[in-house]
Write a protein that binds this ligand. Structure first.
Ligand SMILES: Cc1cc2nc3c(=O)[nH]c(=O)nc-3n(C[C@H](O)[C@H](O)[C@H](O)COP(=O)(O)O)c2cc1C
Ligand code: FES
Length: 617
């Protein structure tokens, strides 16, 4: 294939590819995201390819490995087109039956279907699975359809048509005003309007300008950006090329952590393919516009996601932030005007250009348009990546999509915004999710981490977890962050050990506020937020730890004693079986007891008792 030298040639290629595609032809798609890889999807896809060959079905049935579908906990996932039959937890041994029954006879393999935990009903089609039903997968939808290593798949799905539209007559001003009009806000945390940033960069003086994709993604538990880069790298590249055209840049970087090998590998392939087709590199589609993209692998420090630390790291310097007297758009990478946007922000751009700002603005709330991808994890039945329209309530995400809290336990809080965010209690569950509303209740959107917690989570322990992460990740350049996070962690740790003083709560609040005010970058500037939000909503838990030397959730070991309630124990022996330290004694059908000396306070007896017979003292 030689380079395409005009938008007309591009259109011809797309037409040829579309003509060759039969949307009604059977196609077996196997998720090959990192999550499904961990479940052995590589062997499953090999088995499908071999079985298709063995049965001589190669001409009729396609096998395609795709990116992450989002419902990683059910992997390996297999979706069979055109009907979108949804099989989960598929193993190599299931493959011959899927071929002989579903592909050859049209019968379902019932045991591979998803069972709704509420209704116990088996669900056949992907779109009917509750996890997917309320999602609006504008950015993430193609992940499950295309092979990320095939540019042709991306073209068939409408890829690079936005770029062709731009090069076919849109001025850079028009591109910027479309993105501004759509009110695309940055998905990396701050929610800053992308179009405004682009315009400032366009207007900044400089012989060279840079475009950077921030794929550092250091928030614990977050993996939206990784999955997008792994599953649909061309959508991110296309956004970057359009951005580069708008800004007047000819060089760009994707800064991605080294722990994302599949993302790096698929992105490398995508860059080569786009260059080969003339969609990237010199003289793109014969337009005279040139743009090159390089990959830079980061060492995995959380602070390197911060824009000035990122540029320092990209320059080969220590990844430390700078005071932002001058904005990155004026002086960033190599002191040149630089636009940094998040992976998901870039992936929104082709959609906005393709469908128009008016269309995009119809999705979401007044101040937050479009969709947002969250990584829904923690104490929730369905964990995974969910893409929802802005404005959906937290309750809908956690209960309708996530299937609620497992084991009939009581919901306690949801943590959004990663280490810079806060814990939101039940009273705010009906809050519409958007940048501003989350901020109002003491949290933030962040890059999209969403951790659900139940009655068995101790909120003091949760604050300790985030402080521990942040004190370790603080680069140490400014005193208030370096020393402050250390001191906050020390005080909270003492509280969990039963050594807390009544004056600690005030001290934590005061110190937290000082750190917010005086830190050099937003790592320190937001580090106290998880702590402050737990103090705001769960103060009684701090008081119980300090005054009563008690951990109500039964998590802080020094403050917890598990006891068996005589009146409720039926001697089923379940607690004895799950106890890792043989601390439970008692004969079958007789009252059981916990030998306190042996108890390691893991809470397994408490978690597993079906009769509510284990209590936290
Ligand atoms: C400590 C820290 C870590 C950050 N990590 C990331 C990250 O991993 N990915 C990201 O896109 N933005 C991250 N940000 C935000 C970036 O500084 C920057 O605002 C963002 O990349 C801009 O892109 P956006 O406007 O598209 O969100 C981080 C900020 C801070 C303070
Ligand atoms: S990796 Fe397969 S669903 Fe996420």
């Amino acid at each position: 294939m030689s380079k395409l030298v005009s938008t007309a040639e591009f259109e011809n290629l797309r037409k040829t590819l579309l003509d060759k595609t039969d949307p009604e032809a059977p196609c077996i798609t196997i998720c090959s995201g990192t999550g499904c890889h961990a479940y052995g999807c590589g062997k499953v896809s090999d088995a499908f390819k071999q079985e298709i060959k063995k049965k001589k079905l190669g001409r009729k049935v396609k096998v395609r490995t795709t990116g992450c579908h989002g419902f990683c906990e059910r992997g390996p996932l297999v979706v069979i087109y055109p009907k979108k039959i949804f099989y989960q937890r598929v193993g190599v041994k299931d493959v011959p039956e899927v071929i002989s029954e579903t592909i050859m006879k049209g019968n379902l393999v019932e045991r591979l279907l998803y069972v709704d935990p509420d209704t116990k009903e088996k669900i056949v089609y992907e779109d009917d699975v509750p996890f997917y039903k309320k999602q609006q997968r504008l950015i993430f939808g193609n992940n499950g359809i295309i092979d990320p290593t095939s540019i042709d798949d991306y073209l068939v799905a409408g890829g690079y048509t936005a770029l062709a539209k731009v090069l076919n007559g849109m001025s850079s001003k028009e591109v910027i005003s479309t993105v501004k009009e759509a009110n695309l806000r940055g998905r990396g945390g701050g929610g800053f309007p992308a179009g405004v940033k682009w315009e400032s960069c366009r207007n900044a003086e400089g012989d060279e300008k840079y475009v950077i994709c921030n794929a550092d993604e250091g928030d614990p538990g977050a993996y939206m950006d990784r999955s997008l880069l792994e599953g649909n790298p061309h959508s991110v590249l296309e956004g970057m090329i359009i951005g580069a055209y708008a800004i007047g840049s000819s060089q760009g970087y994707v800064y991605v952590r080294n722990e994302y090998p599949l993302a790096v590998s698929n992105l490398t392939v995508a860059i080569k393919q786009a260059e080969k087709y003339g969609l990237l590199g010199d003289n793109i589609l014969g337009s005279g516009v040139s743009f090159k993209v390089y990959i830079s692998k980061g060492g995995g420090a959380f602070v390197c996601g911060e824009s000035s630390a990122l540029t320092a790291s990209l320059e080969g310097n220590v990844g430390e932030p700078k005071a932002k007297h001058i904005h990155t758009v004026v002086s960033g990478f190599k002191d040149k005007p630089t636009t940094i946007n998040n992976v998901e922000t870039w992936a929104n751009v082709p959609l906005i250009i393709d469908k128009g700002a008016e269309w995009y603005k119809k999705i979401g709330t007044e101040g937050s348009k479009g969709t947002k991808i969250f990584s829904l994890v923690g104490k929730v039945n369905n964990t995974g990546l969910v893409e929802v329209p802005m404005g959906i309530s937290l309750r809908e995400i956690i209960y309708d999509i996530g299937g609620g809290v497992p084991g009939g336990k009581k919901f306690k809080a949801v943590q959004t915004g990663g280490p810079s965010g806060g814990c939101i209690p039940e009273e705010h569950l009906d809050l519409p999710v958007d940048f501003d509303r989350l901020y109002e209740v003491g949290s933030m959107m962040g890059s999209g981490g969403m951790i659900v917690m139940d009655e068995r989570n101790c909120m003091v322990d949760v604050a300790k977890y985030f402080l521990n992460f942040l004190k370790d990740e603080s680069c140490g350049k400014c005193t208030s962050c370096r020393e402050g996070t250390e001191r906050l962690h020390e005080i909270v740790t003492n509280i969990t050990l039963g050594k807390g003083k009544e004056s600690d709560i005030k001290l934590l609040e005061e110190l937290g506020e000082v750190i917010v005010e005086s830190s050099l970058c937003a790592l320190g500037g937001t580090a106290p937020y998880p702590l402050l939000s737990t103090l705001r909503y769960f103060r009684d838990e701090y008081e119980a730890h300090i005054k009563d030397k008690r951990c109500p959730a039964g998590v802080c070991k020094e403050l917890t004693t598990f006891l068996i309630v005589k009146e409720k124990c039926i001697g089923c022996g379940r607690c004895k079986v799950v106890c890792p330290s043989q601390a439970v004694t008692g004969a079958k059908k007789k009252l059981h007891k916990i030998v306190q000396k042996k108890c390691v306070k893991c809470g397994a007896c408490y978690e597993n008792c079906k009769f509510d017979a284990v209590k936290v003292k």
